[in-house]
Design a protein around this ligand. Sequence first.
Ligand SMILES: [Fe+2]
Length: 270
Amino acid sequence: MLNYAFRGVERFWFPLRMLSLQSFADINMEFRRMQIVRGLYQVGGDMNGITFDGQDAGYRDGNSYLLEAPEGLVLFDAGCGDTLDQIFANMAYWGFSPDDIKVCVLTHAHFDHAAGAHLLKKRGVKLIAHTNTAEAVAAGDERCCGYLYHKTFTPCEIDQCVEGGERVDVLGVSLDVMHLPGHSMGCTAFLFDWEGKRVCVSGDVIGTLLDGHFGWSGSFDFDKEVYLESLIRFSRIDTDMMLPGHGMIYFHKPRRRVEEAMNNALIEWR
Ligand SMILES: [Fe+2]
């Protein structure tokens, strides 16, 4: 009981703490960039003030991660589009040019993660996503939830569609594709080995706060039953670092966060 009481306080307190960090980030631009490990960076995401779209901090701009792959830069998720120049500025701090981004991998089609994709494509960046995400991004319809932000999602074509269970070589890095539908039907995690660690870019499959709570459940293509099946499969996977779609990267037994998210889902959805 005490544990649940604490979680209630934490859920209230944590976003407030994030907002105070955001205010500080506005003053001190040095906070708007972060190296995770060698060759891997968080370059976008408004929940921890890496980017900021001028509105409330939180869920308006998903996390974007930059991987310095052997054959070029890979960007995981494109953000909401309005923050693309901030992403480029964060890259410039580490000496990277936006022209060096060769590939952008999308975790799903929601606006805060994929609305910037058409801008990257115009720059010649190759887009990779699950087939279901590709359909949604090409349609630019309500599955992309532009309405949630009172903005229009600009559709575009994905260059390479992938399926769950595939292993794809992306600029010299082997990405294992794990299709985890439920939050949206295209939700996909991408797993790879980097710096001796197993890394998972998880998008919005699990929650982004430290108690493993999952996020928004309002997507047009949200499905509880399918989501639970995905969480069961995901909870069986061990990784060393989980890079979520919002909020903080997790370095200690990320599988436990997935198990907590599954526990929360079982409690709240049945
Ligand atoms: Fe999402």
